[in-house]
Design a protein around this ligand. Structure first.
Ligand code: GCU
Length: 384
């Protein structure tokens, strides 16, 4: 019998569907000046930029538009990795700004059995970097590289902590302090999630230079805080052709206005360093937030997006995450994309694949596992 409330950090956490207070979402297809968004042209010229700016200003912070230069070095390579099935490349990405630099490693396996450049899945790895072991001495279900190679996909990863440490007392000690110190002074300056998303775009820059990779078929994957980041990265950088966001919860795929599981107040208390300073204003006033998370999904349209939840992860508000998709559908409709979401929450372990917005609610824990990746492959086979 599941508990209906919990207490955490001095707050009552609600897990009772029947006590979720009523809320009104800001309208996705209405500009702040009150203009109806009736077609993709108004969406792209007015509403999309407006929503991006609102998320920058009030939630994730503004990503600096430029820096001085970027360099890629292949630091290790193995043409016959995985018993000859894959080409391993370890790449060091270095970015410079105003005389300072930051480097971070990327690991990439490309299938050898192919005739064309390979589509690729890039994971923002927010767990141990042993999950992405280039030697394959350790194998992890969090990044099942062999499965992806056998399915015809390249698979890549970088570790989020290499660009912004995932700690409230040291998140600055990476890209922020070295490349963009001025951001730390601003209330709308990017913080950890902004930096992780920025780094995903730098890996995208690298893919553009690698002839073995199909640059038009780059799927971004993230779990939890990495899943929040994947959505934000793809919202900003339209070069990502597809997004998979696993159990991303609050300030990811789940609606902020639903009082269920983690709230803005709770996430700001524990993980304030992920979001800009302005976001703190909404801790006790979520209804005044000019956006909600369905709009983040809308910013990904018309590109295919897939989100997941797990039965034992009520903290991430699975239903609120499904509702986000449903409320972003009008944007996909503008583009004439087929969205086949059921009217209500899908049954457990019943993935929705044949739809530009995919979703599954799987059995089990807050995690990214082989069940998830297998459905991501099915989705990619259909939509790439
Ligand atoms: C915490 C946090 C979540 C986050 C999760 C994770 O539980 O409250 O918002 O998604 O960590 O990243 O695993």
């Amino acid at each position: 019998h599941a508990q209906k409330t919990d207490k955490f950090m001095g707050e009552i956490v609600n897990y009772d569907e029947s006590t979720v207070p009523a809320y009104t979402l800001p309208e996705i297809l209405l500009t702040t000046k009150g203009e109806r968004v009736k077609n993709t042209s108004i969406w792209e010229k007015k509403r999309r930029p407006e929503l991006l700016a609102l998320f920058e200003e009030h939630v994730y912070g503004k990503t600096p538009g430029s820096f001085d230069s970027l360099k890629f070095i292949v630091t290790n390579e193995k043409a016959d990795a995985m018993q000859g099935k894959a080409h391993l490349k370890e790449i060091k990405i270095t970015a410079w700004n105003k005389g300072n630099l930051v480097s971070f490693p990327v690991v990439l396996f490309i299938p050898n059995n192919r005739k064309k450049p390979a589509p690729v899945f890039l994971l923002i790895n927010n767990r141990s970097n042993r999950n992405t072991d280039p030697t394959r001495a350790e194998k992890s279900t969090f990044w099942p590289a062999e499965l992806m190679i056998d399915s015809g996909y390249a698979i890549a990863a970088f570790h989020h902590g290499d660009v912004a440490p995932d700690r409230k007392d040291s998140y600055q000690n990476g890209v922020l302090a070295h490349l963009f110190p001025a951001e730390l002074e601003k209330d709308n300056g990017m913080k950890a999630i902004g930096v992780w998303a920025w780094a995903a775009s730098r890996v995208m820059d690298y893919f553009k230079t690698d002839k073995e990779i199909d640059f038009n078929k780059v799927a971004l994957v993230g779990h939890s805080r990495g899943g929040k980041t994947a959505l934000w990265a793809a919202a900003q950088d339209q070069r990502f052709a597809m997004v998979f966001s696993s159990c991303s919860g609050s300030t990811g795929a789940s609606l902020a206005r639903r009082k269920y599981g983690e709230t803005i107040s709770l996430i700001n208390k524990q993980f304030g360093y992920w979001f800009n300073n302005n976001y703190k204003k909404y801790s006790n006033d979520v209804n005044s937030l000019p956006v909600d998370q369905h709009m983040l999904i809308g910013l990904i349209a018309p590109r295919p997006v897939y989100t997941t939840n797990a039965t034992e992860d009520r903290w991430a508000d699975p239903y609120g995450s499904f509702l986000s998709l449903e409320n972003a559908k009008p944007v996909y409709d503008l583009y004439g994309k087929k969205v086949a979401l059921p009217k209500d929450m899908p049954a457990v372990n019943s993935p929705i694949i044949n739809s530009a917005m995919g979703y599954h609610f799987r059995e089990g824990k807050h995690d990214l596992n082989v069940y998830d990746w297998t459905n991501f492959i099915h989705f990619a086979k259909l939509h790439f």
